[in-house]
Design a binder for this molecule. Structure first.
Ligand code: NI
Length: 146
C-alpha cells in the first residue's frame, strides 16, 4: 500500500464527470485511498482526488475518534430520506484550509457495490451522511466551493 498524492484545486480533473467502475478490480486503489485519508489526515476521498476519474470513494467517519468505520463504495448512489437538512462545516483534502458550511439532507440511503461486487445499502445520518454526499459530489465534478 502507498499514500497517494492528492489532486489540488483548481486542477481540471476535480471538475470531471467520472465514469462507472463496472467490473474492474479496485482493491489496490481502494487500499491506497484509505491509507491516504489516514495519512492526510481526512475522513473521505474520491477517485478524481487521486487522478482516477472513476466512480469510487472511500470514507471513514470515526477513525479519528477511535471508532473506525471504513467504507469502500463503488458506483455509489445517494437518495435523501425525508425532508430534514443539516448544516455542517466541511473541509476537502483538495481545497486545504478552506472549510465551508454546507447544508445537505440529514439522512440518506447510500447504495453501492463493494470490492467483491456485492450490492450494499446503508442508511446514514450525521457526519457519515455528510461525508458520503460530499464524496459522491466529487464523482460529478462538484466541490464544496461551488
Ligand atoms: Ni472533498
Amino acid at each position: 500500500m502507498s499514500v497517494l498524492p492528492i489532486v489540488q484545486w483548481p486542477d481540471a480533473r476535480l471538475k470531471a464527470m467520472c465514469d462507472p467502475v463496472g467490473g474492474e478490480d479496485m482493491r489496490a486503489l481502494a487500499a491506497d485511498m484509505l491509507e491516504t485519508i489516514y495519512a492526510a489526515p481526512g475522513r473521505g476521498l474520491a477517485g478524481p482526488q487521486v487522478g482516477v476519474l472513476r466512480r469510487i470513494f472511500v470514507m471513514d467517519a470515526g477513525w479519528k475518534e477511535g471508532t473506525p468505520t471504513p467504507r469502500i463504495c463503488l458506483d455509489p448512489v445517494i437518495q435523501p430520506l425525508g425532508d430534514a437538512v443539516a448544516t455542517l462545516e466541511e473541509g476537502c483534502l483538495s481545497i486545504p484550509d478552506r472549510p465551508v458550511q454546507v447544508t445537505r439532507p440529514a439522512r440518506v440511503r447510500l447504495t453501492y457495490r463493494d470490492l467483491d461486487g456485492a450490492a450494499q445499502s446503508v442508511e446514514l445520518e450525521g457526519a457519515e451522511a455528510a461525508i458520503a454526499q460530499h464524496e459522491a459530489d466529487h464523482l460529478d465534478g462538484k466541490l464544496i466551493i461551488d
